[in-house]
Design a protein around this ligand. Structure first.
Ligand SMILES: [Zn+2]
Length: 194
């Protein structure tokens, strides 16, 4: 029994470590759509054009969604769009380390940095896909950006400011310096600002 419990614990830890990051953003249907149990599967519910739903990951033309009443399923990606003002921006990544932030960075068990809004961001995994810095032409501090990155819709709050000389530019907070480099640069990416 003890051994079984040990195996179950290891399995649970493994599942927790490898489960995909839950990320979601509010989107709206652009026509009447059918929500299906699986892509091309049984009908869960039909939605009218203009229905607000929560979208997470997308694959092969289908997006996993959740309705306001809590029903989950898949809709064709081409029938949804993010809400807000559509803009194009260059997207890069930054972390809380001194290389990315200079004297704004400090060590508190992990690197952390103070943003323009006073919000402190830490190099801890719970800070993934939540915050960003943006230039004034993208949006105001406190506004949110919806963008499709890394196979899922992401909703990021603008908590930090970048100089206007950069044009339309977004720096997504990512809690590891190596991770920022690995994620690269997205040129001319479509974003929705609200
Ligand atoms: Zn860094």
């Amino acid at each position: 029994m003890k051994k079984t419990v040990g195996i179950i614990t290891i399995l649970l830890i493994a599942i927790m470590c490898f489960a995909p990051m839950v990320s979601a953003a509010q989107v709206v249907t652009t026509s009447a759509v059918t929500v299906r149990q699986t892509p091309k599967g049984k009908t869960v519910v039909k939605l009218k054009k203009g229905t607000k739903i929560t979208a997470s990951s997308s694959k092969s033309g289908w997006t996993k969604i959740k309705t306001s009443s809590g029903k989950t399923g898949y809709v064709k990606s081409k029938y949804i769009k993010a809400m807000g003002t559509k803009k194009k921006a260059k997207i890069t990544y930054y972390c809380a380390c001194p290389n990315c932030n200079g004297s704004w960075a400090s060590w508190r068990g992990a690197w952390s940095t103070t943003t323009s809004t006073g919000k402190r961001l830490y190099n801890k995994s719970s800070y993934k896909w939540k915050y960003c810095a943006a230039t004034p032409s993208v949006g105001k501090l406190g506004q949110t950006i919806t963008v499709y990155l890394d196979g899922a819709w992401r909703r990021l709050k603008i908590v930090d400011r970048m100089g206007s000389s950069y044009g339309n530019r977004i720096d997504v907070f990512w809690p590891s310096h190596a991770g920022c480099y690995n994620r690269g640069v997205h040129w001319n990416k479509t974003v929705y600002v609200k």
